[in-house]
Write a protein that binds this ligand. Structure first.
Ligand SMILES: O=C(O)CCC(=O)C(=O)O
Ligand SMILES: [Fe+2]
Length: 224
């Protein structure tokens, strides 16, 4: 069987410590190699523990200015975020390994797990996770580690209303459900962008939203 995407095959993916169920897969050759919804990625206890470890370390989320490569803090109501270092404690190491085992990429290709918190009224603007080679910092990052090829956004809580991960070019919205995740690929193995991977978080209209994002590169990740 030829590999159509980096996501492992089958209706369930066996990792070293958990069976992850594949609820849906979208594979459109030449358009996007994979957009999938996964269930039972994280346990309720793991979701709660990640939130509590992240909470004291949250900082306003920044957007990278595509022209300068500098971080911009948006004036709109936005999320707050933080990064764990790869494998920085036992729980993070276990989750880093499990998330890598969902794919055909080694754990070393993963960036540190990012936690985002959206308060009520917050969302995000449509964007690509693909790194634009439009400034020196981004070109250096691509030179060190390759492109960001895959994204796994795991939902750490049930959002009472809103907060879906939306793919406007595909008319596809994923509802946040604790322990579930959306997986997608932003480019092909050669690094060519899939424009339909553009996505954003819809506004949280009631309650709050917590997610854990794992990005993986085409080569082992080396931080700046
Ligand atoms: O919060 C979401 O639903 C999407 C998160 C996201 O796009 C990202 O972390 O790059
Ligand atoms: Fe994103």
């Amino acid at each position: 069987m030829s590999i159509v995407s980096l996501l492992r095959e089958g209706p369930a993916i066996t990792t070293s410590d958990r069976q992850v169920r594949v609820a849906a897969r979208l594979h459109l050759p030449g358009v996007i190699s994979m957009l999938a919804v996964l269930n039972e990625v994280l346990s309720a206890d793991e979701c709660a523990a990640l939130i509590e470890m992240a909470r004291p370390r949250l900082r306003p989320s920044t957007l990278v200015d595509p022209k300068t490569g500098r971080d911009l803090v948006s004036s709109e109501r936005q999320s707050q975020g933080m990064f764990f270092r790869p494998g920085e404690n036992e729980l993070v190491a276990r989750i880093d390994r499990r998330l890598a085992e969902l794919t055909h990429l080694p754990v070393e290709h993963g960036e540190g797990l990012q936690i985002l918190h959206y308060p009520e009224g917050a969302g995000s603007a449509p964007h690509y996770d693909w790194i634009q080679p439009s400034n020196e910092a981004n070109r250096a990052s691509i030179a060190r580690s390759g492109q960001r090829i895959s994204t796994l956004v795991s939902y750490l809580n049930d959002v009472p209303a809103g907060g879906e991960t939306a793919f406007p070019e595909l008319g596809w919205n994923v509802t946040p459900q604790r322990g579930s995740a959306v997986y997608f690929e932003s480019c092909d193995p050669a690094g060519e962008l899939y424009p339909v991977s553009v996505h954003h978080s819809l506004l949280v209209t009631a309650g709050e939203k917590w997610v854990a994002t794992k990005w993986a590169r085409t080569r082992p990740f080396v931080s700046a």
